[in-house]
Design a protein around this ligand. Structure first.
Ligand code: IVH
Length: 664
C-alpha cells in the first residue's frame, strides 16, 4: 500500500475503532462481533508498524479496546498510597484511640467500612479522568486507565472538579457478579477466584479491557490524595466535597469522639456486613482533622492516624443433611456437603465443597453430624469442623460406582481422586460440552449449561463437533428459543470457528491442559496437525509444559475417537491455526539477567522480547547466566557479572542480539 493510501486507511480505521469502542463501552450496544473488531485493530496495528511515523500515542491501538499491551506502564505515586496497620481486637482499637488522645485530646474519629477489594488512584485534570493506577508497592503502581474507563461508576467527567484532583478508592466486584464469575469458572473447569479481592485484582489487571468490562467491577472513593486550589480542614469535609462532585464515596463515614462510640460503630458495621453491596473485611478508624493527621505523621508503611479493625470470619453451626457427589468434565468425583441453610456474611448458604475422601476423613464427617461452616475469604462456604458426631456412625465414604452412569470408579493420584473412566458418561459429556463452549475456550456466546442440557436432552449433540451441525429449525424448536435467538447462536457458532488453535486445544478438555498451557502449545506448533504429530519429548521441551502435560497431550491424540472428532471439527470449518505469533528460537536455552534502567525499553518489554525468542530471564546472576543486560545505575549484579567474567550487554547490544541471534 502506498503511504498516502495507508494514511487514509489508518484514519478510517481509527475512526471505526473509536466508534465501536463507544458503542461497546459507553452505550453497551456493540454493532460488531469481537472477532470483527479484532480484525480492525489488527489491521491498524500492522499499518502502524509498517509506517511508524504515522503511529501516534493517541491511536486506539495504544488505548483501551481490547488491544493487548504487553504490560502495564509504571506510574509513580507522588503522594504514597500507604496501607493500614491491622488490629484484631477492640482492645487494640481502644489503645489506638488513647494513644491519639494523649497528644490530641479533642480528636474526632471517622469510622468507615473497609471494602475488600483493590486500591486505586484516579486522577482528574480540569475535570476529565486522565489516569488511573493500581497501588502497586505504594510508591509505584501500574497504569490501568483503559481498564478503569470500562467501569461505569468511575466518572469520566466531573464538571465541578478543580484544575487537578487525585482521589483514592477501592475497586471491588459486587457480590452477585462475583458469584456469577465463580460459577462460570467452575463450569469451565477453571480454578475459581478464592475471594472477591483476587477477583477484583484479576479482573482489573486484564490486558484486554473488554474482559474487565464484562466482569462488572465497581468503585467506592475514600480519600483525597491531592487537590489543587481547594483546601479542607477535615477528612469528612473532603468526602462531602467528593460526593458533591459526583464521585461514588464510601457509604458511611460517621464521626465519634471516644472509644465507646468508635467500638459501637465497628460492631454495628460488623453486624450489618451482609447488607453492603460489597464485601467488607473490616472497619477503618481514622483521625478526622487533617492538621492532627499532619502532626501524627506516618511510619514508612502506615499512617499513625488510622488503623484497620479486621473482623473474624463468621462461623455458624448447622446439620449436615446429605452429601451429593458430582462428576466433572474429566470424570473426577466431587463430593458436596448439603446442610440446613444458614446465613453467612450476608447470603444464605446450604452447600460446601468437600474436595475428596481424604478431606472427609480428616473432618471425620458423616450425614447427620452437627458441623461448623464459614465462608473462606468471605465468599466460598467451607466446612471447618464437626461439632457433634454420632459415634455409632461410620465416616462417609465416596461411592464405588459413578452416580451418573454407574461405571466402577478408579482411584488416581495416590487415591486422592476418584474418577469415572467412562467417556460416554452423561455427566462428563455435559461438562465437556459446556467447557468447549465456555468463554475462555471457544467462546460460543449463548451456549451455556441450560442450552447444552436441552440439546443433550433432545439428542441433538453428543460431542463438540455436533454443535456445528445444528440447524436453525433444531435450535428454534427448543423451549424458550425463538428464531432470533437461534440465529444468534448460529452466528456465535460461526464466529467460534475462528477462535484459533489455543482456544480449541483448551476447549477439547485435554486433561491437565489449561488455557495457558494450550496457548503455549499452540504458539509453538502453530497448527493442529503439528500438535497431533508431536511426540511427548517435543512437547515437554516447551517451557512450563512438563512431562505430565506432554504425556496427556500425546495420550489424547493417540485415541482414535479423539482424532476423529478433531477431523470432524476441521471438516465443519473450525480453523486449526494458531493466532499467536510463533515463538522464536534465537535465544533458546539462554539465561539473561536484567539490571539497571535501560534507555528506551522497560524491564517488562526487554523481558518479553527475550522470552519471545525462547530465552529465560532470571533475577540473580550466577555461573549459569549467559548474558547480563545492564542499564543505568546497574548495581551489584553488574559487579558480580564482571567478577564471573560474564557477557555484559547494553540495550543496543541486546537489540543487536535480537536481530542476529545468540552468539554464545
Ligand atoms: S484508608 C492512608 N479507607 O484497605 C490511608 N482504606 O490496608 C489509606 N480500604 O490499601 C487507607 N476501604 O485499599 C481506607 N474506607 C477505607 C478503605 C480502605 C478499603 C483498603 C485500602 C488499603 C487497605 C488498608
Amino acid at each position: 500500500m502506498e503511504r498516502k493510501e495507508a494514511e487514509a486507511r489508518i484514519a478510517w480505521l481509527r475512526g471505526q475503532i473509536e466508534h465501536h469502542n463507544r458503542q461497546y463501552y459507553l452505550l453497551d450496544a456493540p454493532e460488531l462481533s469481537d472477532y470483527d473488531y479484532d480484525l480492525l485493530t489488527r489491521e491498524l496495528r500492522a499499518l502502524e508498524e509498517e509506517y511508524p511515523e504515522l503511529d501516534t500515542p493517541s491511536s486506539p491501538t495504544h488505548r483501551v479496546g481490547g488491544v493487548a499491551s504487553a504490560t502495564f506502564e509504571k506510574v509513580p505515586h507522588p503522594v504514597p498510597m500507604l496501607s493500614l496497620q491491622d488490629v484484631f481486637s477492640t482492645e487494640e482499637v481502644r489503645q489506638f484511640i488513647e494513644r491519639v488522645k494523649a497528644e490530641m485530646p479533642d480528636a474526632l474519629f471517622v469510622v468507615e467500612p473497609k471494602i475488600d477489594g483493590l486500591s486505586v488512584s484516579l486522577e482528574y485534570e480540569a475535570g476529565r479522568f486522565v489516569r488511573g493506577s493500581t497501588r502497586g508497592d505504594g510508591r509505584v503502581g501500574e497504569d490501568v486507565t483503559g481498564n478503569l474507563r470500562t467501569i461505569r461508576s468511575v466518572p469520566m467527567h466531573l464538571p465541578k472538579a478543580p484544575a487537578y484532583l487525585e482521589v483514592r478508592g477501592e475497586i471491588y466486584l459486587p457480590q452477585e457478579n462475583f458469584g456469577r464469575l465463580v460459577e462460570e469458572q467452575e463450569l469451565a473447569g477453571e480454578t475459581p477466584f478464592k475471594n472477591p479481592r483476587n477477583a477484583a485484582a484479576g479482573s482489573l489487571r486484564q490486558k484486554d479491557a473488554r474482559v474487565t468490562a464484562r466482569r462488572g467491577l465497581d468503585v467506592r472513593i475514600f480519600n483525597i490524595q491531592r487537590a489543587e486550589g481547594v483546601t479542607f480542614t477535615s477528612h469528612s469535609e473532603g468526602l462531602d466535597y467528593l460526593r458533591g462532585l459526583g464521585l461514588p464515596v464510601n457509604l458511611s463515614y460517621r464521626r465519634f469522639a471516644d472509644a465507646e462510640g468508635v467500638i459501637g460503630e465497628i460492631l454495628r458495621i460488623g453486624d450489618g456486613r451482609g447488607e453492603f453491596p460489597f464485601e467488607i473485611d473490616g472497619a477503618v478508624v481514622k483521625v478526622d482533622s487533617l492538621a492532627e493527621r499532619e502532626i501524627l505523621g506516618a511510619t514508612s508503611k502506615f499512617p499513625r492516624w488510622a488503623v484497620a479493625f479486621k473482623y473474624p470470619p463468621e462461623e455458624k453451626e448447622t446439620v449436615l443433611s446429605g452429601i451429593e457427589v458430582g462428576v466433572g468434565r474429566t470424570g473426577a468425583l466431587t463430593p458436596t456437603a448439603v446442610f440446613e441453610p444458614v446465613s453467612l456474611a450476608g447470603t444464605t448458604v446450604s452447600r460446601a465443597v468437600l474436595h475428596n475422601q481424604d478431606f472427609i476423613e480428616e473432618l471425620g464427617l458423616s450425614v447427620g453430624d452437627r458441623i461448623v461452616v464459614r465462608k473462606a475469604g468471605e465468599i466460598i462456604p467451607e466446612v471447618v469442623r464437626v461439632a457433634w458426631h454420632d459415634a455409632a456412625q461410620p465416616v462417609y465414604t465416596l461411592p464405588e460406582r459413578c452416580p451418573s452412569c454407574g461405571e466402577r470408579v478408579v482411584a488416581e493420584e495416590g487415591g486422592a481422586v476418584l474418577r469415572c473412566p467412562n467417556l460416554r458418561c452423561p455427566a462428563q459429556r455435559f461438562r465437556r460440552l459446556v467447557h468447549f463452549a465456555s468463554r475462555d475456550a471457544m467462546d460460543i456466546d449463548g451456549m451455556g449449561p441450560a442450552l447444552v442440557d436441552a440439546l443433550l436432552d433432545k439428542g441433538l449433540v453428543l460431542s463438540p463437533s455436533d454443535f456445528y451441525t445444528l440447524t436453525s429449525a433444531e435450535l428454534a424448536g427448543l423451549d424458550r428459543m425463538g428464531e432470533k435467538s437461534a440465529a444468534n447462536i448460529l452466528a456465535a457458532l460461526e464466529r467460534s470457528k475462528h477462535a484459533g488453535l489455543a482456544r480449541l486445544l483448551f476447549g477439547l478438555g485435554i486433561r491437565g491442559i489449561g488455557a495457558r498451557g494450550a496457548a503455549l502449545i499452540a504458539r509453538t506448533f502453530g497448527a493442529m496437525e503439528h500438535v497431533m504429530a508431536a511426540d511427548a519429548e517435543e512437547l515437554a521441551k516447551i517451557d512450563s509444559v512438563g512431562g505430565v502435560m506432554a504425556a496427556s497431550v500425546t495420550e489424547y491424540f493417540a485415541d482414535r475417537e479423539n482424532r476423529a472428532e478433531v477431523e470432524r471439527l476441521r471438516a465443519l470449518g473450525v480453523e486449526m491455526i494458531s493466532l499467536e505469533e510463533p515463538a522464536g528460537e534465537a535465544f533458546a536455552g539462554k539465561i539473561f539477567v536484567l539490571t539497571g534502567t535501560l534507555p528506551t525499553l522497560t524491564r517488562a518489554e526487554a523481558k518479553a522480547k527475550i522470552e519471545a525468542q525462547g530465552g529465560k530471564v532470571s533475577s540473580s546472576v550466577s555461573k549459569k547466566t549467559d548474558y547480563v543486560v545492564a542499564g543505568e545505575e546497574a548495581g551489584s549484579k553488574l559487579t558480580k557479572a564482571q567478577q564471573l567474567g560474564l557477557r555484559v550487554l547494553d540495550e543496543a547490544g541486546l537489540l543487536a542480539l535480537l536481530e542476529n541471534g545468540a552468539d554464545l
